[in-house]
Ligand binder design. Sequence first.
Ligand code: C5P
Length: 322
Amino acid sequence: MPPPRPRSASVPALAKINLALQVLNRRHDGFHELRTIFQTISLADRIRIDYRPGRGVSVAVVCDPPIENNIAARAAHALAGESGWRGEVTLHIEKRIPMGGGLGGGSSDAAAVLLALPALTGKSVPIARLIELAAKLGSDVPFFLLGGTAVGLGRGEELYPLPEPAPVRGLLVCPSIQVSTAEAFRALDRTLTVAADSRNINSFQYLSWELGERVPLQILNGWGRNDFEPVVGRQHPELLKLAGKLKRSGAGFVRMTGSGSAWYGLFPERKDAERAAELFPGTRTEIFDTIRRARYRALWRRSLREHLREVSTWPPLSRYAK
Ligand code: C5P
């Protein structure tokens, strides 16, 4: 018998920004109770997944620079336990999303594997179960199974879709500082009080409502906040300087994403974002577009099309599924 034919797909792993991120309190399990708004953006890693059917489970990662204990490989192993796929998988990861920037690069890589591998192996997993697997891998991973604009509760893994703002251009400024999320939460703990203020999420709620009214994002700067900004800013004062510059550049909505260190500003036109980028010589900058859910899913379906049975389902359904 000829050996089974290998299957391959090249898929996008988009980054996210947090439009707001409020930390309410530390929970008994050590995690923190959050209110956040996630938004997918066009900056993306690219992952080529090669799958060869076989007996055992072998997962190799090709990534430059190499990342130890890569979360994308862990996602593939988690799927093997769940769906029972067998064979050899190689993940060729082209990193474009800066690491330690609060852009969810690792989480998105992991979610990309959770979406693509069932399509290649024909061993599908219901979305509710995929979300559980994703949440075990990391708090931000479930969001990338869904995409668009979503509010995240709990650790950020309990997600509800929000009405999506009109797509908008942004400039990311990514200093070469890597912030550890765990460390940022510990630093935040030292400032958290039980005072009523730490629970004040009126501004967060208002931002969510305004999104529902389709108010342009660039003019909502006064609403919502990222609680990590003052904490991480104290540790790295140069980030606050960078934020000041971004504000003066004419950006309408300036915020840090996740626990940093990247900041972004939103602009009405691409040329405004490009002009602002010139103010940051020597620092990595990226122009991006916000990506709505329909577009996110269309990008995915296009990347996997030769392996899919139907175009309308989510997650995409493999044509090899029995
Ligand atoms: O879930 P994830 O692996 O991304 O979290 C990394 C670390 O950030 C956790 O180990 C925890 O210390 C902290 N964290 C937290 N509360 C959250 C999310 C993350 O304390 N809601």
